[in-house]
Design a protein around this ligand. Structure first.
Ligand code: ATP
Length: 212
């Protein structure tokens, strides 16, 4: 059984994330996709949004989207949130499932900077989402990984494969949403309804003189 694990800071979770998770689930026939909130990412800057708010929004978004599960396993651990640790722990708890770690191509290009990155292939398949407008050339180490591990069709009985989702993604980013909210620009059509209401109710990401 293939299961999707989709890690992110989700600051906030937006329609691009939900669309991506559903596209991967459908294309690869994943039984479910766990959206894992990264509490303290080791390979990128700390998120701007409060962890409790990010977790509430993730739960709201997943409860309205069939097959998606909000996962707090990285919140339960102390220290930096390393993917390799999450995968090892996840496999211990779910020995019968084959995890597919889902990530955007921007994140995939940074893979060599991840903690113990070469070991990831022993624990999961990697599923890459093509983000519109992103024409980056992947670093040599990533190209080498793809030469030996990339497949056109996922073998549902194996791990250690790299697969690129064919379906197009939506051009939405959390950075853009936070910028828009700071400038009081509309964001309603970029977010699930309950997430939009939550952000408004708690005045998240708004311009504040105190923050200057
Ligand atoms: P930020 O703009 O703050 O970097 P983000 O929108 O990229 O945020 P993250 O929480 O960092 O969101 O992303 C989690 C994962 O989702 C990453 O692997 C990222 O590449 C991917 N991702 C984010 N937005 C999209 C999108 N619109 N389509 C496909 N993948 C996405």
């Amino acid at each position: 059984m293939l299961v999707g694990l989709y890690g992110g800071t989700f600051d906030p979770i937006h329609s691009g994330h939900l669309h991506a998770a559903q596209a991967a689930r459908e294309e690869l026939n994943l039984s479910s996709v766990h959206l894992i909130l990264s509490a303290r990412p080791g390979h990128r800057s700390a998120p701007a949004g409060d962890t409790a708010h990010r977790w509430q929004m993730l739960q709201l978004a997943c409860s309205a989207s069939p097959g998606l599960i909000a996962d707090d396993s990285e919140l339960q651990r102390s220290g930096l949130s390393y993917t390799i640790d999450t995968l090892i722990e996840w496999t211990r708890v779910h020995p019968d499932a084959l995890p597919c770690w889902i990530m955007g191509q921007d994140a995939f290009a940074t893979l060599p900077s991840w903690h113990r990155w070469l070991e990831l292939m022993q624990w999961c398949n990697i599923v890459v989402l093509r983000r519109p407008g992103d024409e980056r050339v992947e670093p040599e180490a990533v190209q080498l990984l793809c030469q030996s591990h990339e497949v056109d069709n996922m073998d549902t009985q194996k791990i250690g494969q790299v697969y690129r989702v064919h379906r197009p993604m939506l051009e939405i980013s959390a950075t853009d949403i936070r910028e828009r909210l700071k400038k009081a620009e509309p964001v309603k059509n970029l977010l699930a309804d309950p997430v939009y209401s939550y952000i408004r109710q708690h005045h998240l990401y708004e311009y504040s003189e105190k923050a200057i």
